[in-house]
Design a protein around this ligand. Structure first.
Ligand code: FAD
Length: 161
């Protein structure tokens, strides 16, 4: 019987999702063969079984999908949100930080939210706050920091150039 963390994530996906893991290494090899120098760095991060229909998300795929949701929520957040909208967004983040199905990620998420409370007074404020929050996770993981002046290009308007 496989072990799961509090929210159903396999504790050791590499052992518990053999088929997906095998695909992960296979697809990595294929990419190395077919895509060389031109591929942007962020597209060459560790492959994930999320690219294969029917496989559970691992930590990488879950994170990527969650950031996509969060940044898109920030991109389409109101410029002048009502008190209810502000409260809803703060509540959403607090609940997400409690139920996020990667325990150590969620623990750091809660700590960061406490130290840097969500700023939700406008689209600009929220998207910048989220960008900085994401960058703190990037730093922790040794990833490149994102230029927050470009966050609406990335997640709302499309690249200018
Ligand atoms: P991601 O970091 O997933 O980013 C997706 C895309 O967002 C990038 O391709 C880039 O275009 C864009 N982007 C990058 N940075 C920013 C930014 N600052 N602002 C706006 N856009 C940006 N993984 C762990 O191993 N340990 C953890 O503790 C951990 N904690 C996490 C906590 C949370 C709340 C979340 C949502 C995820 C966490 N993850 C954690 C997952 C991790 O952050 C990445 O999602 C995962 O490693 C995949 O990284 P990636 O390189 O595909 O890009």
């Amino acid at each position: 019987m496989s072990k799961h963390d509090a929210y159903g994530t396999p504790a050791k996906p590499d052992n518990n999702c053999r088929t997906c893991t095998d695909f992960k290494y296979w697809s990595k090899q294929q990419r190395q063969i077919f895509h060389k120098a031109d591929t942007p760095k962020e597209e060459t991060t560790e492959s994930s079984p999320a690219s294969r229909d029917g496989c559970p998300l691992d930590k990488v795929a879950l994170g990527r999908a969650t950031w996509g949701l969060l940044h898109t929520m920030a991109a389409f957040y109101e410029d002048n949100p009502s008190d209810n909208q502000k409260r809803d967004m703060k509540t959403f983040l607090e609940v997400l930080s409690r139920v996020y199905p990667c325990e150590h990620c969620a623990k750091d998420f809660r700590k960061d939210l406490k130290e840097h409370p969500a700023q939700v007074n406008s689209q600009y404020e929220f998207s910048q706050w989220l960008c900085k929050f994401h960058n703190r996770v990037n730093v922790k993981l040794g990833k490149t920091q994102f230029d927050c002046s470009k966050v609406n290009e990335r997640w709302r308007d499309g690249w200018l150039d």
